[in-house]
Design a protein around this ligand. Structure first.
Ligand SMILES: Cc1ncc(COP(=O)(O)O)c(C=O)c1O
Length: 389
């Protein structure tokens, strides 16, 4: 009998699909998936409409991305981090950061290699590593501060380590790695001659005094780092699925070799619009941060009303809430209870851990606050029912 491949059998259905279905069934407010319920800038939407109507963008784009977007990405890296990225041989545009991550793993890691992954992780990392025939080696971040133990990080590296996959600002914990945390990772990458795949899709979503540091800016790191970004996150258009990877040309060559046979090219009109978005001035990024600082504060008021504890997120549009003060079961049972009885959907984070480390996330749920203020206010009212029992 024809049957599906063994390699995909363990992947199951993503937790997002499961939660979305349950949320719909119970008409719950969906604070699960990191999907804004409002649009990005209207000028960027107009640029997409212009691109569609121009008669020049409805056929395949060049495989590595249109030149003006690659230039925009290189300019942004120069402006934001002082990095000298070659727009021709140092940037690949992909259908979302998800493909950039997958193409980076496929293009930079061989079967039998090990890839160090910090937990909780974005859910596409491990399937990507497994599909490349490599093995993930896990390092948990510890609650309540969500820091990793330097000794555990060191123990994960070995002569088999080919790459380390990091994410800062970090989904789902909201942590922004400090200079000293990044230096630890960088020193180990250098010592074990590993590539760093740095998922920085929330680079512009940092709050208060937190500052995002691109690991590629640390001494000796540009040459061994592939940095990943997403227009879905930076410009609030997750449905467009435009992402990118940039780095030194000899590594980006590997990413491009994989990308050409995964999707070949990325949505052409959306690339034109994102190229326009990269011409927006710094006010855009300031307003974006202000908008999300307000949403974060609304979310935290809701968690306070519910009697849930948390560490204030320094970045991203997620917060991990500890429910052990109001519920005795695990994260999956609590998520179900929230959907069915309170009418708010969240993501149980144990699916972002290896089996051995799931207990690290079993007393938390992840809330996404990339939602209209009215939705967040309504969620806060519903969550207050939790405290009232
Ligand atoms: C940490 C992280 N990396 C990558 C992605 C995927 O981004 P994209 O939608 O551009 O594929 C997400 C989306 O939620 C994310 O949170």
């Amino acid at each position: 009998m024809p049957r599906i491949a063994d390699r995909v059998v363990p992947f199951g259905t993503t937790i997002f699909t499961e939660i979305n279905q349950l949320a719909q069934q119970h008409h719950a407010l969906n604070l699960g998936q990191g999907k804004p319920d409002f649009d990005g800038p209207s000028s960027v939407i107009e640029a997409a409409i212009d691109a569609l109507r121009s008669g020049t963008s409805n056929q395949y784009a060049p495989g590595p991305g249109i030149p003006e977007l690659r230039q925009g990405i290189a300019n942004h890296a120069a402006r934001s981090y002082g990095l000298a990225v070659d727009p021709v041989s140092g940037v690949i545009v992909t259908p979302g950061a998800t493909e950039a991550i997958f193409a980076s793993i496929m293009g930079l890691v061989d079967a039998g290699d090990e890839v160090v992954v910090i937990e909780p992780f974005f859910d596409s990392y491990v399937p990507g590593i497994v599909m490349a025939g490599a093995a993930p080696v896990f390092v948990p971040m510890h609650a309540p501060e969500w820091t990793f133990d330097p000794a555990e990080l060191r123990a994960a590296f070995s002569p088999k380590t080919r790459a380390v996959l990091i994410n800062t600002p970090h989904n789902p914990t909201g942590r922004v790695y400090t200079h000293s945390e990044l230096t630890l990772i960088a020193d180990l990458a250098k010592e074990f001659d590993a590539t760093v795949i740095s998922d920085e899709v929330y680079e512009h979503l940092v709050f208060d005094d937190a500052r995002h540091i691109a690991i590629a800016t640390l001494p000796g790191m540009f040459e061994r780092t592939v940095t990943i970004g997403s227009a879905g996150k930076t410009f609030g258009m997750t449905g467009w699925k435009v992402g990118w990877a940039y780095g030194p040309p000899d590594l980006i060559k590997g990413v491009g070799q994989a990308h050409q046979f995964i999707t070949f090219a990325t949505n052409h009109p959306a690339q034109r619009a994102v190229a326009f978005a990269f011409t927006l001035d710094s006010t855009y990024y300031e307003e974006y941060r202000e908008l999300y600082t307000r949403k974060r504060d609304l979310m935290l008021q809701g968690l306070d009303a519910a009697g849930l504890s948390y560490v204030t997120p320094q970045g991203t549009y997620f917060v991990m809430a500890d429910f052990s003060g109001v519920f005795d079961g695990d994260d999956i049972a609590f998520s179900r209870r929230l959907i069915e009885q309170v009418g708010v959907a969240t993501i149980p984070p144990t699916s972002f851990y290896s089996a051995a480390h799931r207990h690290h996330g079993s007393k938390h749920v992840r809330f996404a606050f990339c939602k209209n203020d009215a939705t967040l206010e309504q969620a806060a009212e519903r969550l207050a029912r939790l405290k009232r029992g």
